[in-house]
Design a protein around this ligand. Structure first.
Ligand SMILES: [Zn+2]
Length: 327
């Protein structure tokens, strides 16, 4: 409202030619921000009305109101999985209802009217509907009232499971520039894949440019999938401490800023205990450690050009060096 009011005031004072210029500028700003967004599905006018402008479809008209097929309901805009069919129930309210969400998929926000709680896709921010509690529909006492228009559906597919494939574990470390971190982990025996990305901040799906401002709260990090029969979490964690300087506060070598701080994001208690144990050993050996230890959070994979950076450029890290710190 405030912004529109200002624009109206400005327009009164300028000529038609200036109005034309102004429109061109706005048009550019909008088309630029659309390009900056990661590629989402194209929405129909009806979908835009609900997903982008927080509209509500008419009750009993949506295609998923009474669907009972087994599968997963995804975000129409970005395809993120949101709800499982096992959590869907018939509330007779006219919209698909779920009493639980896929962990981390849904964001809640107090509505503009201050009384209801809006639900949005945690990945893209698309509007889904509202969530209500205390209605006693099911044991969970929660009803996600979702517009069918905001959803797409993937039926369960029978997959052949390769029993010979090892189950992989995950480790997430942050120790400065993620290019250098990946350089040291990617070819380690037992490491099956590595990805660099961002973790720990508030902004959804941040870009490198956003994280570089140091204002999003994210840290550059590496996510490692490994076979624990070939390499243990402890071995990986030791390598983490040996390729970066855990004594540096909010920087690593030449890279300065909170996004370069030293941190570990643990998938479970066992990993946490391992990290605390290693920190104790380092401190006993006179090594200063400021590394933060957190529970794992949403890891946002970085842009393609940052993945396997040194492999692509055949360079060597300027920011990370191996120094033996454990016996
Ligand atoms: Zn979404």
């Amino acid at each position: 409202m405030h912004r529109i009011f200002l624009i109206n005031q400005d327009i009164k004072m300028i000529t038609f030619r200036s109005i034309f210029l102004l429109l061109m500028i706005f048009n550019n700003i909008f088309s630029m921000s659309a390009q900056d967004k990661k590629s989402y599905n194209k929405l129909t006018v009806e979908e835009q009305q609900v997903i982008l402008r927080k509209g509500t479809e008419r009750p009993f008209t949506g295609k998923f109101v009474s669907s009972k097929e087994d599968g997963v309901y995804n975000c129409k805009q970005c395809d993120a999985p949101l709800y499982k069919s096992g959590d869907k129930f018939d509330s007779h309210c006219g919209w698909p209802s779920f009493d639980d969400e896929i962990e981390g998929a849904i964001e809640r926000k107090v509505d503009a009217d201050g009384s209801r709680t809006e639900i949005l896709c945690a990945n893209c921010g698309g509007h889904l509907g509202h969530v209500f509690e205390g209605e006693n529909y099911t044991d969970k006492n929660t009803r996600h009232c979702v517009n069918s228009v905001s959803l797409s559906f993937s039926p369960i597919q029978i997959q052949t499971i390769d029993l010979s494939a090892p189950k992989l574990d995950t480790a997430i470390f942050a120790g400065g520039c993620f290019w250098g971190m990946e350089y040291y982990f990617q070819n380690k025996k037992g490491v099956k894949s590595t990805e660099v990305g961002y973790i720990g901040g508030e902004v959804r799906n941040p870009s490198y440019a956003q994280v570089c401002t140091g204002t999003t709260g994210h840290i550059e990090a590496i996510k490692i999938e490994f076979n624990s029969k070939e390499i243990s979490y402890e071995e990986l964690a030791k390598l983490f401490f040996e390729i970066h300087d855990p004594a540096q506060v909010n920087r690593q070598g030449p890279d300065i800023g909170e996004q370069y701080k030293s941190a570990v994001f643990c998938m479970n208690e066992e990993q946490k205990e391992t990290i605390f144990e290693l920190i104790k050993i380092l401190r006993n050996n006179g090594v200063e450690v400021v590394t933060e230890v957190h529970d794992a959070q949403r890891f946002w994979v970085a842009e393609k050009k940052h993945q396997k950076y040194y492999q692509k450029t055949t360079g060597r890290p300027y920011c990370h060096f191996y120094t033996k710190k454990f016996k």
